[in-house]
Design a protein around this ligand. Structure first.
Ligand code: MTE
Ligand code: MO
Length: 313
């Protein structure tokens, strides 16, 4: 019985953060002692009351502390809800997430428009603890809950012409204040090459820290591509289009010399206005070195074999 999405639950119904962290520590302690059974804890018991039960825990999380939930949910970039870091959490309730539909179209044999529940139903949820590295040189470590994008794309049967995937965020200027300003060309768009989209690290997330995604983090469905700068991880997705040509992406369209299509985390390619070789992990004082592909090179560097990554930045 893999599926456990409960569309009636909201972020307010979920385990408080302190309880979640406490259970997490308990569980980690229990695993270290090999005593999980003795304590009567099963991994999914941590997620009771979240609507996200039976989530498979990340089998090999990085050996790093998680960014506190309060930071990850209050220091966010979501220009539809304002351009300051605390604007999105302040204006989070303006994002209307119910009902929510997602269109899958373009180069697929079985295009469709599905209610979120139906889109998610077949997909078992997993936790993935990933680093997120913003182009602005700060970073976080976040336990996402989601499933591989590949599984979803396969269901709609990409045609032999499909080479790229384009994503669009909700366009709702009546509710989203940023969309009445010309900061970016709306709706927010992002794109990947098909092989990047199919890579097992690439997920669609519906939750984080054992709970549903807060609106300001991209509820109810967002992309997470951990080896690319944060702006590739598009929030609040309503459309996924498979294309032959490389799609338009919002930041590339706004300032192509600053934001490339690939946007792979690369300490050797500086942003024109600042150095990209270091980053500040939110909650830490000293800056740390930025790793090529944000530390995921073993899994993804082969996607770019033979490419000049200074040209295709
Ligand atoms: N629709 C939309 N998606 C977006 C953004 C945005 O402004 N609008 N900002 C991006 C940027 S720049 C970053 S760093 C990440 C941040 O994700 P987080 O706020 O959940 O940490 O979201 C990305 N996704
Ligand atoms: Mo970012």
């Amino acid at each position: 019985m893999p599926f456990r999405w409960n569309p009636d639950l909201t972020e307010q119904d979920v385990t408080p953060e302190a309880v979640f962290q406490q259970r997490r520590r308990l569980l980690q302690g229990a695993i270290a002692l090999g005593a999980g059974a003795a304590l009567g804890l099963r991994p999914h018991s941590m997620l009771a009351n979240t609507g996200l039960t039976d989530v498979q825990k990340d089998p090999s999380p990085p050996d790093e502390s998680l960014t506190p939930f309060d930071s990850a949910s209050s220091y966010t970039n979501f220009y539809e809800l304002g351009s300051g870091k605390s604007d999105p959490s302040m204006h989070a309730s303006k994002l209307q997430t119910k009902p929510w539909h997602v269109v899958i179209d373009g180069e697929v044999s079985k295009p469709g428009r599905l209610a979120l529940e139906d889109l998610l139903k077949p997909h078992p949820l997993e936790e993935r603890v990933y680093r997120l590295r913003c182009v602005e040189a700060w970073s976080m470590v976040i336990p996402w809950i989601g499933f591989p994008l590949e599984a979803l794309l396969q269901r709609f049967e990409p045609t032999s012409k499909a080479r790229h995937v384009s994503f669009e965020t909700l366009y709702d200027p009546a509710h989203l204040p940023g969309q009445n300003q010309g900061m970016l060309a709306w709706p927010y768009r992002e794109g990947l090459r098909l092989d990047e989209a199919m890579n097992p690290l690439t997920i669609l997330a519906v939750g984080m820290y054992g709970r549903l995604l807060p609106n300001q983090n991209g509820a109810p469905l967002r992309l997470v591509v951990p080896w690319k700068y944060g702006f590739k991880s598009i929030k609040s997705i309503v459309r996924i289009t498979l294309t032959e040509q490389q799609p338009i992406t919002s930041w590339n369209q706004k300032a192509p010399e600053e934001y490339g299509f690939y946007a792979n985390v690369n300490p050797e390619v500086d942003h024109p206005r600042w150095d990209q070789s270091k980053e500040r992990r939110i909650g830490e004082f000293l800056r740390r070195k930025t790793l090529p592909f944000n530390g995921y090179g073993a899994q993804v560097a082969s996607l770019y074999a033979g490419m000049d990554l200074k040209k295709f930045f």
